[in-house]
Design a protein around this ligand. Structure first.
Ligand code: G4P
Ligand code: NA
Ligand code: NA
Length: 188
């Protein structure tokens, strides 16, 4: 999506070798009209997939997921992050964050994901793919059909998307970064 690439080049800030800061429109301050256009574009790519539910994980995936759900006219569910709990009315998975170097439990209450759903997973970033793998695991537990994932920014050099695509998963990204360093971002 050209508008996103332009925006990343103007407003994005590369921190070290791995982190792209987009706090001015996506991760801290939000540009609602732009987020809506991104949600519409992700929804468009899955128009014919029969999506009945959008799934993301708190916190920063929620805003784009909401724009996608609004466009498709379906509910949006976000997995909650919490310390290990013993509830049994939830699907549960564990994700390891390379950025934060810690594991966290994610849970979705069973009644919000059903075996007759067709699910579209949405997230803001795809890096190593750990968050995505956790969400896929939860979809599998529910027995729902997984249509694929829509991502705002794929950091291709961290190879999460490559692994998941190799397993047959459909992943659509609005912008894919091949390589980056401070002052220089190269799109795929
Ligand atoms: P992975 O899920 O793809 O394996 O990535 P990783 O563990 O590295 O990411 C952990 C968190 O950092 C995720 O948010 C992810 O969205 C975010 N993240 C990953 N790479 C970048 C980046 O280059 N820039 C920014 N701004 N964020 C990045 P989270 O832990 O789920 O936290 P939340 O902020 O959504 O609450
Ligand atoms: Na984040
Ligand atoms: Na995220």
């Amino acid at each position: 999506m050209q508008e996103l690439k332009d925006r990343i080049l103007v407003d994005g800030e590369v921190i070290g070798s791995n982190i792209l800061k987009v706090d001015s429109f996506l991760n801290h301050q939000l540009d609602p009209a732009f987020i809506m256009r991104m949600g519409e574009e992700l929804a468009r790519r899955f128009t014919d997939a029969g999506i009945t539910r959008v799934l993301t994980v708190e916190a920063s995936g929620i805003v784009v997921a909401s724009a996608v759900g609004l466009t498709l006219g379906v509910p949006v569910v976000f997995a909650k992050k919490k310390k290990a709990s013993t509830q049994n009315d939830v699907y549960r998975s564990q994700i390891y964050s390379f950025t934060r170097q810690e594991s966290v439990d994610i849970t979705v209450t069973k009644r919000y994901l059903r075996s007759d759903d067709t699910v579209l997973i949405i997230d803001d970033f795809l890096a190593h793919g750990e968050a995505l793998k956790g969400l896929v695991d939860i979809v599998k537990q529910s027995g729902a059909r997984l249509a694929g994932a829509g991502i705002v920014i794929e950091k291709r050099f961290q190879r999460g998307a490559e692994r998941l695509r190799a397993e047959g998963m459909r992943i659509e990204a609005l912008a894919a970064i091949e390589a980056m360093e401070p002052g220089n971002i190269r799109f795929a």
